[in-house]
Write a protein that binds this ligand. Structure first.
Ligand code: FMN
Length: 171
């Protein structure tokens, strides 16, 4: 079966997961918009990777643009964020809010932990994060502005197993 990874991130976490997936599954990887039309058309399955900023998926515009083509494919989606995987409802809300239920419900989804290095953020992102943390505090929630890095290859085991299963079924 032919697969491809399409991803969009900002500071390297989504990209790192994409590179690990590409090596583990031996399939090509492209940043959103840099894939060829044929690569998409010929793929049996597509792994979409995206990080989350202020509740929105980085990949949302690409998904909307390619919606018709995606509708006919087996879709995997991995979401990289600061929200723990246990907060499933919130994470699913990000997906449906950004790409809609039609495509969102078609995806087999995986929620992966990301990383944050505050000093490396653009000044806009520094402001957004600081403001977001203050607003969250007011709502009784918490958004961390402290650095963290939970990007680990072992978080991909579920996704890799799921793709392997798909390939076995279709043999
Ligand atoms: C300005 C900003 C906004 C963010 N907003 C959210 C958010 O709404 N929800 C969330 O779970 N994580 C949020 N995050 C955490 C990122 O999703 C996390 O840092 C992720 O690892 C980024 O991956 P990337 O480097 O591939 O873009 C935010 C981070 C920044 C810097």
């Amino acid at each position: 079966m032919k697969g491809i990874i399409i991803y969009k991130g900002k500071y390297g976490a989504t990209q790192q997961y994409a590179a690990w997936l590409s090596a583990a599954l031996n399939i090509p990887v492209a940043t959103a918009g840099n894939e060829t039309k044929d690569q998409l058309k010929d793929a049996d399955y597509i792994i979409m990777g995206t990080s989350v900023y202020i509740g929105k998926l980085q990949l949302r515009d690409w998904v909307k643009k390619n919606q018709d083509l995606l509708a006919g494919k087996k879709l995997f989606l991995y979401l990289v964020s600061g929200t723990p995987a246990a907060e499933k409802e919130k994470l699913e809300g990000y997906i449906i809010g950004s790409i809609g239920a039609d495509i969102g419900n078609k995806c087999t989804c995986f929620f992966l932990p990301g990383k944050l290095e505050f000093r490396k953020l653009s000044w806009v992102d520094k402001c957004l994060l600081t403001m977001g943390a203050k607003l969250a505090k007011g709502r009784g929630e918490s958004i961390s502005v402290a650095d963290y890095n939970d990007v680990k290859v072992e978080h991909l085991s579920g996704l890799i197993a799921s793709v392997h299963k798909l390939s076995e079924v279709s043999v």
